[in-house]
Write a protein that binds this ligand. Structure first.
Ligand code: IVH
Length: 676
């Protein structure tokens, strides 16, 4: 075996491993290794591919994101049309559907149905030939869609090659996998918050957000949107045949695709179908994504074939639609709320109305521009909409219901809570109260700080937080850690026992992980996910605090907006003092699961020259990056160290000229030696 064979073998192994871990993480939701370990595998693959660019294959995990943006989406014809579904809005329509099927089949025997949630996203198809993803497309008009291969490849829950998992089911010669691409509700909310902050128009619902994210000519934008996909069917299939829809979907799952298995239920009668549809409708709020109905399919594939299709819908399937999530109601008044970052948000107080099973009393109006654009006035009759767990919002005004007594709203010039003059940064749609001691901001900061995903202080509800602030006992998060029984007993309606419990809960929240702590600080744009990324990369609080915007932007997933926000948070004297005080109390544990290695080289730039004895260049680079450092190709004033191996080149001379520290191989090995 020559050197290239060796490299090819390692490349293949790394690719298989990485895709296997993607599958464990995204499809099975059961990761096997810590993120840091995964990052190492990925880094090693990237380095090897960089060193051997001719060995890069299109199905390498590195190629999920990488190619240049496209100029247009080319058309793709579907070999089997992607039909749509007939809708049912009542029990009667389900009985009719079942009766028609039995009539057509000329059979009185009960028909078995597979029933599953109808995901509110957009339909796509991914074609795999000889086990490899060759083309992916949108549904389009059902016959011709758009080529979105690059974009769909960025979804980590879709395999780039059909997997042959433990079941040993060989990949089919050809399979066209169909499914729904969607955006989870919390990602949708986060995306809209960021868009509003940037003065962009928010997406109306998760489906539009998913569609807008998938149809990006630059698939690197798609990659950042964290879209997900459930597979629900198959177009053409060669090399296999199945008896039932359910069996086929089990095989699809065994080939590495994400299937909504726990929610697919077999029903033996129309009554069973209806009762499961009702159950799904009642539980729709529990799903982390939006479902707008249930899909009912004849389970036996032979029967599906016999039934065929009429016009553009198959006769063997039916969409049971849930009640609409939009209703009309009247705006009683518009109130301005002040959030954690001082943002003033107008909120509509509504005549209570039931939307998709939940009574809605308030709806967010986002910001002044939104109100102006939609021309929303106090007293207006409006259409409100709820998207799953998402805060209800006003979709539009029913202008025909205007009486003339409605009043135009304008944002106040002063903060409605503390009276400080509000400010608006150029280019931003949001107005903010600049007073960090504004009670509304303090309240929101503390509530966030103690919330479940943050420091998780059990039993510290909104009412107690409000009292603590009103009585001046808490002005900043660290004040929580100097509360004592005497102070707590001054509050209304708090007994000694619950005060004691609260103190214990506060005490035990002191021990936490770095990612939770970062999240708890409530830095703008730093949600739980980003906090985890920052913790993983910087490993220690002091390193994060001293990171520059440039350092931050080098971290995958951290864009200029987050970088700016983190740096300005720590640059702010008040916030920085709050963090100092917190660190006197809080104990930050090692991240669970082995966690990242200490990033002792965070922010340091290295240049390598000459050959090293004990390791290859790639290994040296990997070692530096693993410890948070960076390797550059040329020496500049910003270089921290030049590592000089045997027969160094002109880089050494340049380093000496600029007075950059030069390390011998021995010094370098000492520096990157694993701790302990
Ligand atoms: S099966 C013949 N199953 O609903 C059509 N569709 O108009 C077979 N959808 O365009 C579709 N969840 O995008 C099926 N579990 C599910 C679905 C689902 C969502 C969408 C699909 C289709 C639309 C129906």
């Amino acid at each position: 075996m020559d050197a290239t064979d060796e490299v090819v073998r390692e490349l293949n192994e790394l690719r298989r491993e990485i895709e296997r871990h993607n599958h464990r993480y995204y499809v099975l939701d059961d990761p096997e290794i810590p993120d840091a370990e995964y990052d190492r595998l990925f880094l090693r693959l990237r380095e090897l591919e960089r060193a051997h660019p001719h060995l890069v294959t299109p199905d390498s995990p590195t190629q999920r994101v990488g190619a240049e943006p496209q100029a247009v989406f080319s058309p793709v014809e579907h070999s089997v049309p992607m039909l749509s579904l007939q809708n049912a809005f009542s029990d009667g329509e389900m009985y009719e559907f079942d009766a028609r099927i039995r009539r057509l089949l000329k059979d009185e025997a009960p028909v078995e149905y597979a029933v599953e949630p109808k995901i509110d996203g957009l339909a796509v198809e991914a074609v795999y030939e000889a086990g490899r993803l060759t083309v992916a497309s949108t549904r389009g008009n059902g016959y011709v869609g758009e080529n979105i291969t690059q974009n769909l490849k960025t979804l980590l829950d879709l395999p780039v090659s059909v997997l042959e998992l433990s079941t040993g089911l060989r990949a089919p010669d050809l399979i066209e996998v169909r499914g729904e691409v969607y955006m989870e509700l919390d990602h949708f909310e986060e995306l809209n918050r960021n868009r509003l902050d940037k003065g962009l128009q928010p997406f109306a619902n998760p489906r539009n957000a998913a569609a807008g994210s998938l149809r990006q000519l630059d698939h690197r934008v798609t990659a950042k949107r964290r879209l997900r996909m459930f597979c629900y069917g198959v177009g053409a299939l060669q090399g296999y045949s199945f008896d039932t829809h359910r069996e086929m979907m089990m095989a699809v799952q065994a080939w590495g695709f994400r299937v909504n298995r726990p929610h697919i239920r077999l029903c033996a009668s129309p009554d069973e179908v209806i009762s499961y549809c009702r159950e799904l409708e009642e539980r729709r709020g529990e799903f982390p994504y939006e479902i707008d109905g249930a899909v009912i399919k004849v389970n036996a594939l032979a029967l599906q074939e016999r039934l065929g299709a009429v016009s553009r819908s198959p006769r063997w399937a039916l969409a049971w639609k849930f009640k609409p999530t939009q209703e009309t109601t009247r705006i009683r008044k518009i109130e301005v709320q002040v959030g954690r970052t001082g943002a003033l948000t107008p909120v509509a107080h509504l005549d209570p109305v039931e939307v998709a099973g939940v009574t809605v009393r308030r709806a967010t109006l986002h910001n002044e521009e939104e109100i102006e654009k939609k021309d929303i006035r106090e007293g207006d009759t409006v259409v409100v909409q709820r998207a799953g767990d998402v805060i209800p919002e006003v979709v539009k005004v029913v202008e025909s219901r205007r009486t003339g007594s409605e009043t135009v709203f304008s944002m106040p010039a002063d903060c409605p809570v503390c009276g400080t003059g509000v400010a608006r940064k150029p280019g931003e749609a949001v107005v903010r109260c600049p007073n960090k001691n504004c009670p509304a901001q303090v309240r929101a900061v503390i509530r966030h700080f103690v919330s479940r995903g943050a420091m998780d202080v059990d039993g510290l509800g909104a009412k107690i937080v409000d009292q603590l602030i009103e009585r001046g006992l808490v002005r900043e998060p660290a004040d929580l850690y100097v509360l004592d029984l005497e102070k707590l007993l001054k509050l209304d309606k708090i007994a000694e026992k619950s005060a004691g419990n609260l103190l214990r809960a506060i005490e035990s929240s002191k021990r936490t992980t770095l990612d939770r702590f970062i999240y708890a600080l409530g830095i703008r744009h730093v949600g739980e996910h980003v906090a985890g990324v920052l913790a993983g990369r910087f490993g220690r609080m002091d390193r994060l605090r001293s990171a520059t915007e440039e350092d931050l932007r080098e971290v995958p997933e951290i864009g200029p907006q987050i970088a700016e926000s983190v740096v300005s948070f720590f640059a702010d004297e008040t916030r920085s003092r709050h963090v100092d005080r917190l660190l006197e109390h809080v104990v930050l544990e090692e991240q669970p699961g082995g966690g990242p290695e200490p990033s002792s080289l965070a922010g340091r730039t290295f240049v390598l020259t000459g050959s090293l004895e004990a390791m290859t260049r790639t290994e040296a680079q990997e070692r530096i990056e693993r410890l948070g450092g960076r390797v550059a190709s040329s020496v500049s004033r910003r270089t921290d160290y030049v590592v000089a191996g045997a027969s160094p080149g002109s880089k050494l001379a340049r380093a000496q000229e600029l007075g950059v520290d030069v390390l011998s191989e021995q010094d370098f090995r000492e520096m990157v030696k694993p701790a302990g």
